[in-house]
Design a binder for this molecule. Structure first.
Ligand SMILES: Nc1ncnc2c1ncn2[C@@H]1O[C@H](COP(=O)(O)OP(=O)(O)O)[C@@H](O)[C@H]1O
Ligand SMILES: [Mg+2]
Length: 286
């Protein structure tokens, strides 16, 4: 079945927020369509207020769309069987702060009706995976922001989900914490998981995501493989294992003799930041 290859299928999704006792409307998601294939790691990018969290809430079935359709693992988001196969890290986790890491994970494991023995083993695995072995008996309220984010990710993985939605997993983390979370996501990808991670920080998705979805004012303005998006059109870069100036000269000579113009020697990729700013600017001019 073709539909089985898709973990997410979103078609013409629109969400309008209406304030009570007010005529003001906010179109947070505007005719959005995209899909995510099994095994893909997708970066959901966009500035604050672009509609990332709203889309995620719709995907999780916590909000109802104003119009449009969502298919999650071939089902409607509200489907109970689907929930068991999904892991979710909300933008902000509200844990009971007097619990320690073990207790939090045990609590969430019990919600999934996991057998106590399986639960215990799974908790040990997860605590190790997110590097909280030393802090597992400390209360969550004593945790740093990075540690709280990591316990949140562990919680999202308790049921060994096939699809993982992470809303700003690196928010508030320092570069080291960010790298740790990125490494964790890379491991999950290697384990064959499908992942959607949102971020307003571009460097946080580079090197992790296979595909980028860029959202601006509720609309998808760019979508494509990360590598393709960041490649500089009409240029080719050659990397050779030799750092003597002679090699560059020889290659340059060869290129020029064959009618090619050498435009630079070195990296020819643009940064995700440059790409982001350019796309937002273009979208704003329409
Ligand atoms: N509960 C809500 N009620 C009204 N407006 C909201 C609500 N949640 C979000 N919004 C608005 O919807 C837009 C998209 O917000 P959000 O989905 O949180 O974006 P992002 O996660 O990309 O920062 C923003 O303009 C925001 O102010
Ligand atoms: Mg958000």
């Amino acid at each position: 079945m073709i539909a089985n290859n898709y973990v997410v299928e979103i078609n013409n999704l629109t969400k309008v927020y209406r304030k009570m006792f007010s005529t003001r409307e906010i179109k947070a998601v505007d005719d959005l369509s995209f899909s995510i294939r099994r095994g893909e790691v997708c970066g959901f990018l966009g500035p604050n207020g672009a509609g990332k969290t709203t889309t995620i809430m719709l995907l999780m079935g916590f909000l109802k769309p104003t119009s449009g359709t969502i298919r999650l693992l071939g089902q409607k988001p509200a489907h109970v069987g689907v929930k068991e196969r999904i892991g979710f890290l909300p933008e902000e986790s509200y844990f009971y702060k007097f619990f320690n890491a073990d207790e939090i994970l045990d609590y969430y494991g019990s919600l999934f009706k996991m057998d106590p023995k399986v639960r215990k083993r799974r908790i040990d695995e997860l605590i190790e995976m997110v590097g909280l072995q030393k802090a597992r008996k400390r209360r969550i309220r004593e945790y740093s922001k990075g540690m709280q984010r990591r316990i949140g990710i562990a919680q999202a993985l308790i049921n060994d989900p096939e699809f993982i939605i992470l809303d700003e997993p690196t928010s508030g983390l320092d570069p080291i914490g960010t790298q740790e979370v990125k490494d964790l996501i890379i491991n999950l990808r290697q384990a064959g998981k499908t992942i959607l991670m949102s971020s307003h920080l571009l460097a946080d998705v580079q090197g992790v995501c296979d595909r980028i979805l860029l959202l601006h004012q509720g609309k998808l303005i760019v979508e494509g493989p990360t590598r393709q998006i960041l490649s500089k059109k009409g240029h080719t870069r050659i990397e050779v294992q030799d750092d003597s100036g002679g090699t560059a000269k020889r290659i340059r000579k060869f290129a020029e003799q064959n009618g090619m113009k050498v435009t630079s020697v070195g990296a020819s990729n643009i940064t995700l930041e440059e790409f982001f700013m350019e796309s937002i600017k273009k979208a704003g001019e329409k």
